[in-house]
Design a protein around this ligand. Structure first.
Ligand code: DUC
Ligand code: ZN
Ligand code: ZN
Length: 475
């Protein structure tokens, strides 16, 4: 008779494709049996009747312990970031090994491994950030790193310390096509932002709320269109990250209608925040300064519709953790500063899944299976981690989140486990919360509290991303 380390009994198991009543048998950190009734002995059994048994989330866009310029510092390292992720039902994170201009990409990766080692509670892979595509990076470092399992990278069309010009973007896209990697693009027009910021400052408009006016949708729309056009020229799939509203969505829809392989990601802030949240009393709006900025209620609706219809493949947190009351965070140097100096980014690694579940599944906007696809299966497919991650299937890692679909939780920073001193969602009540999170069969969070599993997380080398798997090298 088969033996198991753990059997989850009587749950409702959902994948991106199916929903079924069944037991889940786990041995050696993997799922080894799925059956209406598993016969066999187990070291432990957990009765999960009345609960949902879902693949643990894959948060494919989050920033943890990323080196920052100008005395800024991210609040979450791999320990606190993955602790919060696990409590929110996430079992894999993919943060960024970021190259500084002039730095070797290999050195950036080595440094990032040192930051993660022995700290992560759940498994992690790395995207790269390519900010300096020198000859050595393009000819030697990137091809080697791709072969070693760093098969996706983010490039920026804005931010002075990160942005690439269009020639550099084309070079990186051609390399991605040649070597079989997926390029993620931050699409905002840098010069337009600089000019608008200048105009706003001249008029004395430096409060946080003017951040949104410095990056209107046209800025995102134009860059999205340009990114799509460059991907078309090179004939390579790309993924546009953190899409904020109707105008960028329109570009992506247009590209898809032309048969272009343009993938897209959105985030909770574009469903739950608006630019009014940047206009809170005094300096409080700094808490919601991120880029692209949140838009308005009509745009939120367009993002919901696009999630439901399948335009987006990936729903990520873009967790970029800066403390509010901190000279290394939202108050550089210890004081309120003009919006251009506020570090961009908001925390959300623990609230990502409950926010989508509550408004999406319980709100009747998306099916449970679509929820699983957006938050686990499709991110794993996009970044070369499937089927080891992102699904419940025989042979997959036993990365599982048990959900109480009816549990009401009033979000407040006091119940979260990141190292940030605020949440943008303070006071919001959601329905549906993960009550048990397993990483390779090991309990890492229970009833909203972390288990002491620091260092349990392992590095994952990524395979070829599915979007690029079918592209033949040409250049
Ligand atoms: N924008 C980014 O591009 N990255 C981190 C956070 C943000 O707001
Ligand atoms: Zn970005
Ligand atoms: Zn980001």
């Amino acid at each position: 008779m088969a033996t198991y380390d753990l059997i989850l009994r009587n749950g409702t198991v959902a994948t991106a494709a199916d929903t079924m009543q069944c037991d889940v048998g786990i041995a050696g950190g993997r799922i080894t049996a799925l059956a209406a009734r598993i016969d066999g002995t187990a070291a432990q059994e957990i009765d999960v009747s009345g609960k949902l048994v879902l693949p643990g989330g894959v948060d494919a866009h989050c920033h943890l312990d990323q080196p920052m310029p100008n005395g800024l510092c991210m609040a979450d390292d791999f320990e606190s970031g993955t602790r919060a992720a696990a409590c929110g039902g996430t079992t894999t994170v993919i943060p960024f090994a970021a190259q500084q201009k002039g730095q070797s990409l290999m050195a950036a990766v080595d440094d990032y491994h040192a930051r993660a080692a022995g700290k992560a509670m759940i498994d992690y892979a790395f995207h790269l950030i390519v900010s300096d595509p020198s000859e050595t990076v393009l000819r030697e470092e990137l091809p080697q790193l791709i072969r070693q399992g760093y098969t996706s990278f983010k490039i920026y069309m804005t931010y002075d310390d990160l942005k690439l010009n269009d020639c550099e973007v084309l070079e990186v896209l051609a390399l991605a096509r040649r070597e079989g990697a997926l390029t993620m693009i931050h699409a905002e027009n840098s010069d337009c932002i600089a000019w608008l910021t200048e105009q706003l400052e001249r008029a004395g408009h430096t409060a946080p709320r003017h951040h949104a006016q410095s990056r209107p949708q046209a800025v995102e729309r134009e860059a999205t269109h340009r990114a799509i056009s460059m991907a078309e020229l090179v004939d390579v799939p790309v993924l546009i990250v953190h899409v904020s509203g109707a105008e960028a969505i329109e570009q992506i829809r247009w590209a898809r209608a032309r048969g272009l392989r343009i993938y897209a990601e959105t985030c909770p802030q574009y469903l739950y925040l608006t630019e009014d949240d940047l206009g809170g009393p005094g300096y409080e709006g700094a808490k919601c300064v991120c880029s692209p900025p949140p838009r308005d209620a009509a745009n939120q609706q367009v993002v919901w519709n696009a999630l439901a219809e399948g335009l987006f493949s990936v729903f990520s947190s873009d967790h970029a953790p800066f403390r509010y009351d901190d000279p290394a965070g939202k108050k550089p140097g210890g004081k309120a500063v003009p919006f251009r100096y506020i570090p961009n980014g908001i925390p959300g690694i623990e609230t990502r899944l409950p926010l989508l579940f509550s408004g999406g599944v319980n709100g009747g906007r998306i099916s449970l299976n679509r929820f699983v696809a957006l938050t686990a299966t499709d991110p794993a497919r996009c970044y070369g981690l499937y089927p080891r991650k992102g699904t419940i299937a025989i042979g997959a890692d036993a990365d599982i989140a048990i959900w109480d679909a009816g549990r009401e939780v009033r979000i407040s920073n006091a119940i979260l486990h990141h190292n940030v001193d605020y949440t943008p969602y303070e006071g919001l009540t959601v329905r549906g919360w993960p009550v048990l999170t397993l990483s390779r069969g090991v309990v890492v969070a229970r009833d909203g509290q972390p288990e002491p599993r620091v260092g349990h997380g392992q590095f994952l080398a990524c395979g070829t991303p599915e979007p690029v798997a079918a592209v033949a090298p040409a250049y």
